[in-house]
Design a binder for this molecule. Structure first.
Ligand code: LFR
Length: 466
């Protein structure tokens, strides 16, 4: 009988239930449910609708049941850094604010008063991003101190959903590292740092590695969805899952996990917490098997998603990509400029940047898309050179995984901009990486090496030469 495993993968713009099973050494996947995600404004704050997302998680589970494909196990991954605070009755305190909200503005100053950025990086190895949990918690402390007083637990978004399914609280390691409160050395909460910042120690749950069996569904969930299932912690940080599914067992594999963000980097056994690394704003995110993802956040498809929305969804992503390829406007923007994080209008933000820097200002949609895509490639090129300088390794190939691997024009630009052979695919890397940890935990696959070989054998990879 076929054994099914379920990955629930929720990104900033959509979520999906992907069932996976093995057939002759290859993984076969089937999408059971897909749903919308996005930020909505509540009390002036940009919030996720976590209640609705949990409803969608249950709807997807019911669909699996209806199809007679009850998974042996399941795991949930989402974007990182966002969390809920729970009170003594396990109720969420305050709004479920998303990381693009502006509440963290100026919070770096307050954190800096407690600990210099150099020291913070030295302890955690995590790049400074104004939306990191460390700054979000400071915003809560400043604006809603009562929430912190009342909180008995802090759970990252996937930990929260998995808690709702099982009644068990845990803090999955890969996502916990993105809080910037985990020691790169001990791989546990840095309680000394937490105490210095004045965050209550009691709210931090025990850190568990991906592959930990969290538990079975609660009685209530079992009744509602109609079956029981084991919840296994995947790399709950989506990027952690995606990088697990890079189809290469080479020591030195360069990758971009391309989705809402472009995460560009390599995997390393040790974190680099040096001052030079901090200055370049590289991060050392915790990965499967305590490997580190040494990478850089690049603004990514969020810029195109925002443009598409502003154009009233008149064009598909494929159309925008095709239109961009016809436009040769030479202007470039720095994708990592903070103005692109959450602008009221991406169009105006891109135009404003070009104007301020004395470049041709894009007006037509094709021109705007052209500037954005070519700016990605430019940024990828710079980042590769920084990675090579920091690691002392010359890379030959560049793996592009995730939804962005579909954008042929971008892949061509990426090959040209980096001088690397681009190996594009798989596009559903995050869900695949989520499944891989379940397969390893259940003994279907031996280890990470076998898992990456299996990804390589199972999915098509397109090649773009520089
Ligand atoms: C990608 C991602 C990135 C993280 C950003 C915010 O979806 O998880 O890795 O830096 O979202 O959480």
């Amino acid at each position: 009988m076929t054994e099914y495993y379920l990955a629930v993968d929720i990104g900033a713009s959509s979520g999906r239930h992907i069932l996976g099973h093995m057939e002759q050494g290859r993984v076969v996947m089937e999408e059971m449910h897909r749903f919308y995600n996005g930020l909505t404004v509540k009390d002036g704050e940009a919030c996720w609708d976590l209640e609705q997302l949990f409803e969608e998680i249950k709807i997807g589970l019911k669909k699996c049941g209806k199809a007679g494909k009850i998974p042996v196990s399941m795991g949930i991954d989402t974007w990182a850094v966002d969390f809920v605070l729970l009170d003594g009755n396990n109720q969420v305190l305050g709004n479920t604010v998303g990381y693009r909200d502006r509440r963290t503005e100026g919070m770096d100053r307050l954190v800096r008063r407690v600990i210099p950025e150099k020291e913070l990086y030295g302890r955690t190895g995590i790049q400074k991003q104004i939306f990191n949990t460390i700054y979000q918690l400071m915003a809560v402390k400043e604006k809603h101190p009562g929430h912190l007083d009342k909180a008995v637990a802090m759970l990252m978004v996937p930990d929260y959903f998995q808690f709702l399914l099982t009644g068990k609280m845990a803090s999955e390691y890969t996502n916990a590292t993105t809080t910037q409160l985990v020691s790169a050395k001990t791989k546990d909460w840095d309680f000394e740092l937490i105490e210095m910042l004045g965050y209550p120690k009691r709210i931090f749950q025990p850190i568990k590695k991906p592959g930990t069996v969290l538990g079975a569904f609660t009685e209530e969930i079992r009744r509602e969805v109609g079956f029981d299932c084991q919840v296994i912690l995947p790399a709950t940080h989506d990027t952690g899952s995606a990088v697990l599914a890079v189809p290469s067992n080479e020591e030195n594999a360069l990758y971009i996990s391309s989705g809402t963000w472009s995460l560009m980097g390599v995997e390393r056994k040790e974190a680099d917490c040096t001052e030079e690394s901090r200055r370049l704003n590289f991060t050392n995110e915790g990965g499967y098997d305590h490997r580190f993802r040494y990478l850089k956040n690049i603004m990514g498809l969020w810029m195109i998603q925002s443009l598409k929305k502003e154009l009233q969804d008149m064009y598909s992503f494929a159309e925008l990509c095709e239109m961009a390829s016809q436009e040769k406007i030479p202007s470039l923007v720095d994708c990592n400029d903070s103005r692109f994080l959450a602008p009221e209008s991406m169009t105006e933000a891109v135009q404003g940047y070009c104007k301020e820097t004395g470049q041709q200002v894009p007006a037509a949609p094709a021109q705007l898309a052209g500037v954005i895509y070519r700016s990605f490639a430019d940024c990828y090129g710079k980042t590769v050179r920084e990675i090579e300088a920091m690691t002392g390794v010359q890379y030959k190939n560049l793996h592009v995984v995730g939804g962005g691997a579909n954008a042929a024009y971008l892949n061509q630009l990426t090959a040209a901009g980096t001088g690397k052979t681009v190996l594009a695919g798989p596009t559903e890397a995050t869900a695949i990486g989520n499944l891989m940890v379940q397969f390893i935990t259940k003994g279907v696959l031996a280890d990470l090496e076998a898992a990456r070989q299996c990804v390589y054998d199972s999915f098509e990879i397109k090649i773009y030469e520089p």
